[in-house]
Design a protein around this ligand. Structure first.
Ligand code: DUC
Ligand code: ZN
Length: 498
């Protein structure tokens, strides 16, 4: 009888706090032992992987992923299904995704939105997965369902928008969501851009006949983001410091506001994404319609802004580096970027270009290859903090024997691959481009292992796992900084204290 299902020998294990040469043993989907390097090589095991000195990290946890969503961000709908999006995730080293269950404004129930999304994902996922509720209609019925969402359904986070006609909430609606979220220990993610200012700027640009993709960047001026970020923080403080997470932060003034709130002790969390580290506004300013490939919101900013965002990642302002994978095909006039082209508008109308770019597979290789963070920081922001913030830790995001799922990435030894050129044809999404075409990378996940099963073997068949292995994850409340304990200690929202 084998002692283990899998042993990884000769690797250098990295967690959010430590780097050490250790062998890893796996049994019944869990990590069961970490032992000095080489010491488990001769164990009885069904499978032995020799990491040859490469890093072994916890599987990536990507909690900002849009899959199989209807049209909400301009014309067009998601290119990736749960199957193709999670296939891409696993090939890029991500073993857990938390995607969105969208409640549209026409629907008064969040539980129905959740049930609909379960139907799409069930038996269709190469990774483990959870859902955030995307709340577009916080009517009385929807709010009353938050309790069941968190306590029974395992959905302990939700997302709201301060922009997009199909999704935008008014400040009073935001407050109602925050209050009900607070009562149920639900973490609220906020897309902070001022939708009214965006609409006004768009009108101004169109009146001046400025329609090309690059004007998407002008219409999303940084002030939209810093103003909305400030407002979101103010609203959360009004509702007795309800924890919020500002998603996809792209510009320094917003980052500074977040840092100030954190310094003042407010439970404000923040995320950034590869597009704000690796793209700039020049990528929107390409001949013809080409810039549409990089249209996302907020848009890529300037090179100086990129530096500030890297700094924020290193200094802890941003707890997370997520993908915001929101894929639309480029050469597709039915559901993709080209839905906004017409004879009258040969370079399209930026206001109708679907907002979003693919990035679920490239997130880890890009961040790893940039070598701008310590390896421990890399693990912290791409895996551990996401698991903590979204109630999955320590099952996900770490390598704790007897506790953590055996979700692992085995990287190539330093220098073993030379330079890899990133091209769309090496990716596994259902999208016809990558915004990072032609970039040079120094590493790529060699193996991705989900609960002990090799799902991705780059040199031995590529995606080798099957699409029904991914499981739905019921999540606990957020544990990063024990924020809910603080909120609970402070007691209920008290109007007398205002
Ligand atoms: N930003 C994007 O670029 N796409 C989807 C949603 C969002 O907020
Ligand atoms: Zn968003």
């Amino acid at each position: 009888m084998d002692e283990f299902d899998l042993v990884i020998t000769n690797g250098v294990c990295v967690t959010a706090t430590d780097v050490a040469p250790l062998d890893v043993a796996v049994k019944d989907e869990k990590i069961v032992r970490l032992a000095p390097s080489g010491s488990l090589k001769a164990s009885r095991t069904k499978r032995l992987i020799d990491a040859e000195g490469g890093f072994v990290t916890p599987g990536g946890v990507d909690c900002h992923v849009h899959l199989q969503e209807p049209s909400m961000f301009g014309k067009g709908s998601s290119a990736d299904t749960y199957e193709t999006g999670t296939r891409s995730a696993i090939a890029g080293g991500t073993t857990t995704v938390v995607a969105f269950a969208p409640q549209q404004k026409s629907l008064d129930s969040v539980l129905t939105a959740l049930a609909n999304t379960h139907e799409l994902a069930r038996d269709n996922s190469y990774c483990d997965y959870g859902f955030h509720l995307l709340v577009a209609n916080p009517c009385a019925r929807a709010l009353s369902e938050f309790q069941q969402l968190a306590s029974t359904e395992g959905v302990t986070s939700l997302k709201i928008y301060m922009t997009y006609e199909a999704l935008q909430l008014r400040d009073n609606e935001i407050l109602s969501v925050l209050l009900e979220a607070r009562r149920n220990s639900i973490l609220t993610m906020i897309h902070a851009e001022n939708g009214d200012v965006l609409a006004w700027l768009t009108e101004q640009l169109e009146a001046a006949k400025l329609f090309a993709p690059k004007y998407h960047g002008h219409s999303h001026a940084p002030i939209l983001e810093s103003e909305a970020t400030n407002r979101a923080i103010a609203l959360s403080s009004l509702v007795a410091d309800t924890p919020i997470l500002l998603v996809h932060v792209s510009e320094p003034a917003a980052a500074l506001r977040i840092r100030a709130a954190q310094t003042a002790g407010q439970p404000i969390f923040a995320e950034t994404c590869p597009q704000y580290l690796f793209l700039t506004r020049d990528d929107l300013d390409q001949p013809g319609f080409e810039g549409a490939k990089c249209v996302c919101a907020p848009p890529p900013r300037d090179a100086e802004d990129q530096k500030a965002i890297w700094r924020g990642l290193r200094n802890g302002t941003f707890a997370l580096l997520s993908s915001d994978h929101c894929p639309f095909r480029f050469d597709d006039a039915e559901t993709g970027k080209k839905t906004c082209l017409s004879e009258e508008y040969p370079v399209g109308r930026f206001r109708h270009i679907p907002n979003g770019i693919p990035g679920i597979e490239t997130r880890l290789p890009l961040a790893f290859s940039a070598r701008k963070m310590e390896m421990t920081k890399f693990v912290e922001v791409t895996s551990t903090n996401a698991a903590k913030l979204y109630g999955l830790y320590p099952r996900k995001g770490s390598l704790i024997p007897g506790v953590s799922d055996a979700d692992l990435v085995v990287w190539y030894p330093d220098g073993a691959l030379g330079d890899i050129t990133l091209t769309n044809d090496i990716l596994h999404h259902d999208v016809d481009y990558t915004p990072y075409e032609g970039r040079k990378l120094q590493n790529w996940p060699r193996f991705t292992i989900l609960r002990g099963r090799v799902m991705w073997d780059r040199d031995g068949g590529g995606v080798v796992g099957d699409k029904s292995y991914g499981e739905f994850l019921k999540r606990q409340k957020s544990t990063l900084n024990a924020i809910w304990d603080t909120v609970q200690e402070e007691g209920p929202f008290d109007l007398e204290k205002l």
